[in-house]
Ligand binder design. Structure first.
Ligand SMILES: NC(=O)c1ccc[n+]([C@@H]2O[C@H](COP(=O)([O-])OP(=O)(O)OC[C@H]3O[C@@H](n4cnc5c(N)ncnc54)[C@H](OP(=O)(O)O)[C@@H]3O)[C@@H](O)[C@H]2O)c1
Length: 180
C-alpha cells in the first residue's frame, strides 16, 4: 500500500500540553483561524484536503462544527459502528485510513492530508516517515493539561517561526517543523 505524505497540526502549551478533560484548555480564536486556513488550504469543487483525527478529538468538537467543513473528515476508531454522519469516513486503523485515501474516488479529489490529533493519533503518526511537517502553535503559558504532544524535536528541525502575537492576554507563535 502506498502511504501518502502528510502533515500534523497542533497547538501546545509551554510543556507540550494539548488538552484537558477532553477539550482544549485555552480559548484562542486566532488559532482556530490559523487551523482553518492551513487545513482548508486551496479547496475547490474538485479538490479537498483531508483531516484525520482520533475518536476522542471528534467527540471534542462542538456538534455545529463537525464534520469540519470544506475538508474530508476521517475518524479513527477501533469500534467502527457507523455512529458518524454519512459524510464522515471511519477507519479502524492507520492502514485502513491510508488505503481509503488511495481509493480512486477519493484519490481523485483529495489534496493535502492533515493529522489533527489527539495525542494517541499524533504518537502513532509521528512514527511514519511520511509525516513530513508539523504546524505547531506554541502558547507561552503552562496549563494543567492531561494530554501531551509526543517528543518530536530529535526527528524534526524548526524551519519557520512567526513573531509572537497576543490575544486574550496570551502570547503565542506559529511554527513549522520539517522532518530531518
Ligand atoms: N491542542 C491541540 O492541537 C489538540 C488537537 C486535538 C485534540 N486535542 C485534545 O486532545 C485530547 C484528545 O486526545 P486523546 O489522545 O485523548 O484522544 P484521540 O487521539 O483524539 O482519540 C483516541 C481514540 O482514537 C481511537 N484510536 C486510537 N488509536 C487508534 C488506532 N491505532 N486505530 C484506530 N483507532 C484508534 C480510539 O477510539 P475508540 O475508543 O473509539 O476505539 C481512541 O480511544 C482532547 O483533550 C482534545 O481536546 C488537542
Amino acid at each position: 500500500m502506498m502511504i501518502p505524505s502528510f502533515h500534523m497540526i497542533v497547538a501546545m502549551d509551554a510543556k507540550n500540553g494539548i488538552g484537558k478533560n477532553g477539550g482544549l484548555p485555552w480559548h484562542l480564536p486566532a488559532d482556530f483561524n490559523h487551523f482553518r486556513d492551513i487545513t482548508v488550504g486551496e479547496q475547490s469543487d474538485s479538490r479537498m484536503n483531508v483531516v484525520m483525527m482520533g475518536r476522542k478529538t471528534w467527540d471534542s468538537l462542538p456538534e455545529k462544527f463537525r464534520p469540519l467543513p470544506k475538508r474530508l473528515n476521517i475518524v479513527l476508531t477501533r469500534s467502527p459502528e457507523g455512529n458518524f454522519p454519512s459524510n464522515v469516513l471511519e477507519a479502524s486503523g492507520f492502514e485502513q485510513a491510508f488505503s481509503l485515501l488511495e481509493t480512486p474516488v477519493i484519490c481523485g479529489i483529495r489534496g493535502d492530508v492533515f493529522i489533527i490529533g489527539g495525542a494517541q493519533i499524533f504518537a502513532i503518526a509521528l512514527g511514519y516517515p511520511q509525516c513530513q511537517k508539523i504546524y505547531a502553535t506554541h502558547i507561552e503559558k503552562i496549563y494543567d493539561c492531561d494530554t501531551f504532544f509526543p517528543e518530536f524535536a530529535h526527528q524534526f528541525n524548526l524551519t519557520q517561526s512567526s513573531p509572537i502575537f497576543q490575544e486574550n492576554s496570551l502570547s503565542y507563535r506559529f511554527a513549522e517543523y520539517t522532518r530531518k
